[in-house]
Unconditional design. Structure first.
Lengths: 271, 203
């Protein structure tokens, strides 16, 4: 290819180049061309003004006041950094309680082929079930995130399901409820969507409680009251600093919930 | 009011210091182990670093972790800082962007089929010893860029933001926006040219 033809062929890569979005082969080709083309070098140079400015063009937000101390404490010479690291590092995932590890193996072995409906179809079902579940659940009994109106709940669901950082956790019924099933979609940035079916009816004075099991300790994600058919759906705003779930579980607990799981396990699953 | 903020913002960021001598002095003291100098850097630039990190990872706790990582790296590598590289804020923001994109990439389920140039460059981009074009961004330019970004045609703006703030590759962007590769290539270039002209004051 003549130099002029090569120039015409690659000059438009300049934008992707300064943004660092070129695949290796294209980048190498453009680098090669820059060695011989002053015009493209100049264009790249001028576009770098934009990439220098873009980081400053984002909405400016003040971090928390405590961050300053954390940052400076982290570099003070007499503050042992190894000590900090040891304290902050979460426990190894192999510290799972035995019953959870065993149940997680069961969940994997049971297979995930149960859920065959495509995501979009499932959305319509979730939306309908959401309406039903919301009508039945009382404010005192659930801790789900509530925007006003079911339409907002559907939007929240969609926002979570379209999140780029979505993880899926399938939960399998335990001996207390072998026919029960559940699926959770979790996005660190947007929250948790949870749908369960075939949960046995609750005795009086009892509730189901959803747990996010982390490397540290199980965190309650809310209370669940299934409808007459044993289904329940929830959209839950999870705290952004929630450690990555190692597993999720549903137990039966006294009405009002408990701070840590004590009751029988009904559903367990791992990502 | 907005313009006043923009001017104040600029002077806070130190981006109107043409000689860079103030920056040089601070970084020299950081390299010498002066933690007060690091505190000065923090007070000047933490907000900008945090804001960029937050824009990319969308999670306040992770963004704060990133701020810690950035200043930690600055503390360790200040001795190797090459003043030819440009304003310190640019270096800090480059580290922040590189680390933030590493994190969001790690979150994504499946790797891209094409090799990601950004992954390899992530380590080089933040190398303090690597000389680069000195680009100072004034407060006026920054303000004009913000406005121009909002006025860009949607595909151009989305493509640029997906590349710069999400670290997506050429093919990933094409897939997300459901456009051919060639379209994404030209739209990004046109968008950046337009932003460049707006920054420089062209209307």
């Amino acid at each position: 290819m003549t130099a002029a033809a090569e120039h015409d062929a690659v000059r438009e890569l300049s934008g992707l180049y300064v943004l660092g979005a070129l695949a290796d082969a294209e980048r190498a080709r453009f680098d090669e061309h820059l060695r011989v083309c002053a015009e493209c070098v100049e264009e790249v140079r001028s576009l770098r003004a934009v990439t220098a400015g873009l980081p400053l063009a984002v909405p400016q937000v003040e971090p928390s006041a405590s961050l300053r101390e954390r940052v400076l404490a982290g570099v003070m010479p007499d503050f042992s950094r190894a000590d900090t690291k040891a304290r902050l590092k979460p426990a190894s995932p192999t510290a799972l309680p035995a019953w959870l590890a065993a149940a997680a193996m069961l969940a994997i072995a049971a297979g995930l082929g149960w859920y065959t409906v495509r995501l979009r179809d499932r959305l319509a079902v979730i939306e309908a079930q959401l309406q039903q579940a919301l009508q039945r659940a009382s404010n005192a009994e659930t801790q789900v995130a509530r925007a006003s109106g079911a339409a907002s709940e559907a939007r929240a669901t969609l926002a979570i399901l379209s999140a780029p950082d979505l993880a899926r956790i399938d939960l399998a019924g335990q001996p207390a409820a072998p026919a029960a099933r559940a699926r959770a979609f979790w996005s660190r940035s947007r929250g948790l969507v949870f749908a369960a079916s075939n949960l046995p009816p609750l005795p009086a004075g009892r509730t189901y409680q959803l747990w996010v099991v982390t490397a540290r300790a199980p965190v309650s994600a809310g209370l669940l009251k299934p409808d007459a058919a044993g289904s329940v759906n929830a959209v839950i705003a999870t705290p952004p600093d929630l450690p990555t779930p190692v597993a999720m579980a549903v137990t039966m607990e006294p009405e009002g919930g408990v701070p840590a799981p004590t009751g029988e396990r009904y559903l367990i699953g791992t990502p | 009011m907005w313009l006043l903020w923009a001017v104040i913002d600029g002077s806070r960021l130190g981006s109107v210091d043409p000689s860079g001598s103030a920056d040089q002095e601070v970084i020299r003291r950081v390299a010498a182990g002066d933690s007060h100098a690091l505190a000065l850097l923090y007070d000047r630039y933490a907000r900008a670093v945090y804001s960029l990190a937050l824009r990319i990872v969308a999670d306040p706790a992770e963004a704060e972790d990133l701020v810690q990582e950035v200043f930690s790296q600055a503390w360790r590598q200040a001795g190797r800082y090459d003043v030819r590289r440009g304003p310190i804020v640019a270096w800090l923001l480059t580290i922040a962007r590189s680390r933030a994109i590493d994190r969001v990439r790690a979150r994504r389920a499946k790797p891209d089929g094409l090799l990601m140039s950004d992954e390899r460059r992530a380590q080089q981009i933040a190398d303090p010893a690597e000389p680069q074009d000195q680009v100072v961004v004034t407060a006026d330019e920054s303000a004009r860029l913000r406005v121009a970004l909002q006025k860009l045609p949607m595909v151009q703006r989305l493509a640029i933001e997906l590349a710069f703030f999400e670290g997506l590759s050429h093919s990933e962007i094409a897939e997300r926006l459901e456009q051919p590769l060639g379209t994404i290539k030209t739209r990004i270039r046109l968008g950046l040219l337009r932003l460049r002209d707006a920054m420089g004051g062209a209307t």
